[in-house]
Design a protein around this ligand. Sequence first.
Ligand code: SF4
Length: 374
Amino acid sequence: MDRLVERLDRLRGPVAPRNHNARTIAALTSNPGCARRGVLDAAGVNKGELARHLGFPSGYGQSRFAIGRGNAFEAQVKADGCADLLHLLRERLGLAIPEVAYADLSTVGGNASREVRYARTRTLFARAAGRPDDAGTLFDHPMLRLEIAGYYAYLEPDLVAFRIGGRFHIVEIKSFAVVDGQADPAKAAAAARQAAVYVLALRRLVTELGFPADTVSHDVVLVCPENFANTPTATLLDVRRQLAVLERQLARITRIDAVLDALPEAMSLDLCYDDGAATRPPAEIAQALGAIDARYAPDCLGTCEMAYFCRHEAAGSTGALGRSVRDDLGGVDSVGTVLGLARGTLEPGTGQEEIAGLLRLAYRLRTECLGGVA
Ligand code: SF4
C-alpha cells in the first residue's frame, strides 16, 4: 500500500490531506461508480478548494452556522468528562454504567497525527475488549480507519464510544432538534447512515484484534437537543439496514489502484499554492481531471463539492439527466442523438434500433398530444 500512498500524495501535492468523516464516506458510497470522486477522496484533495479554483464553487456542505451550532452542542454534551452524556445514558436509557474513566484520543501526548491516534485507539480498544468486566471508559474522538477501494481512509470522528454488557456502543451527537419525540426523518436517516460508517469501522478494528464483529453493537445512541432547548436527549438507533447497504456500496467502488494505473504517472492536481493563493492555471487542472472518469448525476448536487464542474462537463449527455434516464436510454450517450433519433433525422447505429423505435413512438405521441406542435 506504500506505493499507492506515495502516488496519492503526489497527486494531491504538498498540502495536508483532508480526512474523511462518516458524512463524506456516506456521500462517497452514494455514487460508487464515480472514479473521479474515488481518486479525489483517496488522495485527500480538498474538493471545495479545487472546485472554487476551477470557477465552479460548490453550494454543497454544512453552513458555518450549522457547524458552529453542532460544535457548541457537542462541547456541551461532552463537558466535564461527558457528565451530561453519562446522565443521559444512565437516566434516559437505563444503562447500568459504572464509574467511568475518560480517554480523550484527539491527540496523543500532543501529537495529533492520524497514524499515531489510530495506533493509540487500537491499543485502548484491544485492552478494553480483552477485559471481562465492564469497568467502562468513554473513548472521546477515537481515530478509526476503513479500507475503501484498496486504501485506508482515516475517519475524523466526533463521537464517543463506550462498552456495556460486553459490547461497544457508538454515540452520535447531532444538533438537529427532537420535537415531541420526533426528529426530522431526513436528518435522522442521514445520522443513521453516518453512524453505520463508524460501527463498520469499529467492527473492522475489533475483528483485526481477534474479537467477533458483534462486539460492536448495531444499536447506536443518538444524542440531540430536545424541543428546541439545548437540553440533550438520547435515543437508541438500530443501524443494521444502513450497515448492509454501506457494505454493499463499498464493495462496488472501483479499486483506486486500477483507476490510477490508467492515468499518466506524472499527473498532479497540485494547485501550487504561493503565499496562500492557488497559482496553477485552472485549464491545466481541468484537463488533468478530465482524464479521470466521472459519473455525474443530479444527485451529485447534494453530495459532492465538484457537482457544478462535473455538471458543466457533462452538459449534453444523457447521464446528466440522471441515472434512470441514462439507464432507460442505454447505449445513447448524447441528448442531441436522442432528439435526432426521436425526430427521425438520424439513422440508428448498431444496437440502437430498439431504443430508436421507442423514441420515435414517444415523439409521435407527444406531437399528437400537443396538437401537432413538435
Ligand atoms: S460531482 Fe463529479 S466527482 Fe463528484 S460524485 Fe458527481 S461526478 Fe463524481
